[in-house]
Ligand binder design. Structure first.
Ligand SMILES: Nc1ncnc2c1ncn2[C@@H]1O[C@H](COP(=O)(O)OP(=O)(O)OP(=O)(O)O)[C@@H](O)[C@H]1O
Ligand SMILES: [Mg+2]
Length: 434
């Protein structure tokens, strides 16, 4: 419980955490030790000095009270003790002290305890102590230097501590930054690889980080090799199958009408599937990034669909702007989403929203949608849901959504499936951060 609660206030970045682990205990220890020390030390010193002054004050009072003492003698005593005495008619005033003057509390207490008849102790004037004492002969105001009752510069130590503390923190920070940099580089390389980008990376830093870096490199090259093999295999198979297919088509054209038509449809379907394999094999990296206006791109695709007779319309367009996208790949992704919407839901509505921070391409349809628990599955390659539902929906290999998701990921975004509030079917969102 407590841990969870604490966790939300903890820094999230590596720097913050490392700083907390390093700096917090040290600062805490220093503060506790130094405050305990400073307090005890300065309290002790102040007490001793005040006691000494109390004795001097008592001496002055005795001198003043002694009947018949010549005035000059008192003057001499005062001069030696470096005090001033004023004999007054009335004693008016109260204790004063600055709020941060903690040794002042001790001074006031001791004077009042040890000397009878102290009316007030004024410490507010920084360098002067005023002591009013009611004696038998009337009130006496004594003035003397503050330095006689408490140590000077009690803050020097604190200032020093804070200064060197700050200096050490900066040194520690610089050192830490060097240690953390390789971890950050590894994180960046791993994150980029997750999005399908290959950024140059060489392991560095402490042994553990270096080991993790090498492991990442091994893993990356193995995955890249596998992707390459998969692509080669898929495109090889699809490509090689095209030739016999074309030959089949030729052969079929020699058959009689009633035998030919259904067979030709089969061949057509096979051709479409092969095309799907090929486009999957080409992957989401097809083409070079170029400046694209998302609104125009989507509108053109919608136009193409509409022209071929599908019930597809633009619903809403918000904002405008351009981005750097691989246009071919993105086009295929959007086509797949709209293709699905038309195939499974008859009517499709497309909207584009461009804001400062993000771009969203949304395709909604009026079909049955995909239940929440099946959505993750539907995104996997070669997965088609409920064979019954796909009856008469034409050939499909289950690659459409996975290609769209891949393309979105490569462009730094994601594909989200949901339920359309307006049309009741599937709502596919491709969302990209700027
Ligand atoms: N708009 C939709 N409405 C309802 N179900 C859908 C929709 N889009 C996809 N699906 C379901 O998700 C499954 C996977 O879709 P995906 O696009 O990946 O493959 P496919 O459409 O079957 O084949 P392909 O797109 O490769 O021709 C589909 O088989 C279908 O059951
Ligand atoms: Mg599809």
């Amino acid at each position: 419980m407590l841990f969870k609660w604490l966790k939300q206030y903890m820094p999230r970045g590596l720097y913050g955490r490392a700083a907390l682990i390093l700096v917090f205990p040290i600062v805490l220890l220093q503060l506790v030790v130094s405050f305990a020390f400073i307090q005890r030390h300065f309290e002790g010193v102040t007490e001793q000095m005040t006691h000494a002054t109390v004795r001097e004050v008592k001496l002055v009072l005795q001198e003043a009270a002694a009947k018949g003492t010549a005035v000059t003698e008192l003057e001499e005593a005062l001069q030696t003790l470096q005090m001033k005495a004023h004999f007054l008619d009335v004693a008016e005033g109260i204790d004063t002290r600055r709020w941060y003057d903690f040794s002042g509390i001790i001074i006031t207490r001791i004077f009042k305890e040890k000397i009878a008849g102290v009316q007030f102790v004024q410490l507010a004037e920084n360098k002067l102590v005023k002591l009013m004492i009611n004696t038998e002969d009337g009130p006496v105001l004594l003035e003397f230097d503050r330095a006689r009752v408490s140590a000077k510069n009690s803050h020097q130590l604190l200032v020093n501590m804070v200064f060197f503390g700050g200096l050490l923190t900066i040194v520690a920070y610089l050192y830490l930054r060097n240690q953390l940099r390789p971890i950050k580089r590894l994180a960046i390389a791993a994150e980029a690889f997750g999005r399908g980008l290959h950024v140059p990376y060489s392991p560095g830093g402490a042994i553990e980080v270096r080991a993790a870096g090498s492991a990442f490199l091994d893993m990356r090259s193995r995955i890249e090799r596998q992707i390459e093999q998969r692509t080669m295999m898929l495109s090889g198979v699809s490509h090689d199958l095209r030739t016999p297919l074309t030959r089949l088509k030729l052969g079929l054209s020699l058959l009689a009408e009633e035998d030919r038509v259904p067979l030709e449809r089969d061949v057509e379907d096979m051709q479409k599937m092969l095309d799907a394999f090929l486009s999957f094999a080409r992957g989401s990296h097809e083409g070079e990034p170029e400046t694209v206006n998302p609104r125009e791109l989507v509108e053109r695709i919608v136009d193409d669909f509409a022209r071929s007779g599908a019930d597809v319309v633009m619903h809403k367009v918000d904002g405008d702007g351009t981005v750097s996208w691989r246009a071919m790949a993105m086009r295929r992704a959007v086509e797949n989403l709209i293709g699905n919407a038309v195939r499974y839901g008859e009517r499709a509505e497309v909207s584009v929203r461009i804001t400062e921070k993000s771009i969203r391409i949304r395709v909604e349809d009026s079909g049955p949608g995909i239940p929440r628990e099946d959505r993750e599955e539907a995104l996997k390659p070669f997965v088609r849901l409920e064979p019954g539902r796909n009856q008469n929906k034409g050939p499909g290999v289950g690659l459409g959504l996975s290609i769209a998701a891949d393309v979105a990921r490569v462009h730094g975004g994601m594909l989200r499936l949901g339920r359309s509030e307006r049309l009741g079917g599937l709502c596919s969102d491709m969302v990209f951060a700027h």
